[in-house]
Design a protein. Structure first.
Length: 274
């Protein structure tokens, strides 16, 4: 699917998502409409069971750029943010142990409360350094991308490309771009193979095979693109946050537009944790 088609599909799905919730709860004619929703949930440690107290969830509306933050989580790891504008949000989490980015999006519907549980997964020290290296370059680069390697060979039979990782790292669920004299396309990384075994990530100095959605050529450059086109909250994260349960809309489609440069100051929530 072309990038234009991906973009069109996303906005079509986004329109359905936003307006379906509105239509389901439309007030009588003449009644006042409140385009606001709420988010409640729990932040947990890597095991998915141990609560993380003192954590702050930060949300960014990818359309308006408005940024919100929750009060610190209580001893049960619970948080609540009220009065969020209807829309799609990216998020990050600050804890006493460090900051955590996320590659996921959260959908907020008008007059509804979305409920989620989030697990925090710290990086190993070498992975943390590699991630930070990529994020710094993505932030400084207008294209929001970082060169991580080059194509060593391509197997047309399996449609897999062997990539030498020159710097940083490549991970499953990354979005990458192949670039060369006859190559220019982007795709998600669905799987990585090292010596015929599946791995989650590969660091600099290693070769890795991945399935390419289009043919590539030896010598093509490989870039990791800022996931979903939205700059993460933190340039020096100590780990990544994953939603492990949720009653709301968790979106993973590619968004093909840049983050707005001007964002509002943080808006602390007035919600009370119950």
């Amino acid at each position: 699917m072309s990038r234009g088609a991906e973009k069109g599909l996303f906005f079509f799905l986004l329109a359905i998502f936003l307006f379906s919730g509105l239509a389901a709860s439309s007030p009588p004619l003449g009644a006042q409409t409140h385009e606001l929703g709420n988010l409640v949930g729990q932040i947990l440690d890597r095991d998915g069971r141990t609560p993380v107290g003192g954590a702050v969830l930060r949300l960014r509306n990818i359309s308006s750029g408005a940024v919100y933050e929750s009060p610190a989580t209580n001893a049960q790891g619970r948080f609540r943010i009220d009065g969020l504008s209807k829309g799609i949000y990216t998020y990050g989490i600050t804890t006493p142990a460090g900051d955590f980015n996320s590659n996921e999006l959260i959908g907020i519907l008008a007059n509804e409360t979305t409920k989620i549980s989030i697990s925090l997964n710290p990086y190993e020290s070498n992975v943390q350094s590699a991630v930070q290296e990529i994020l710094r370059e993505q932030t400084a680069n207008p294209e929001r991308e970082s060169r991580i390697g080059r194509v060593v060979t391509y197997d047309p039979a399996t449609k897999r490309a062997e990539i030498f990782v020159e710097r940083g790292l490549i991970q499953v669920r990354d979005q990458v771009r192949f670039s060369g004299p006859a190559t220019n396309f982007s795709q998600d990384v669905e799987s990585l193979l090292v010596s015929q075994e599946r791995v989650r990530r590969v660091l600099a100095g290693q070769n890795v095979w991945l399935a390419a959605t289009k043919p590539v050529e030896t010598g093509d450059i490989v870039y990791v693109i800022c996931k979903k086109g939205v700059t993460p909250f933190f340039l020096t994260p100590c780990g990544i946050a994953w939603i492990i349960a949720g009653s709301g809309a968790i979106l993973t489609e590619i968004i093909d537009f840049k983050e707005k440069e001007c964002v509002s100051p943080y808006k602390p929530s007035t919600g009370v944790i119950k």
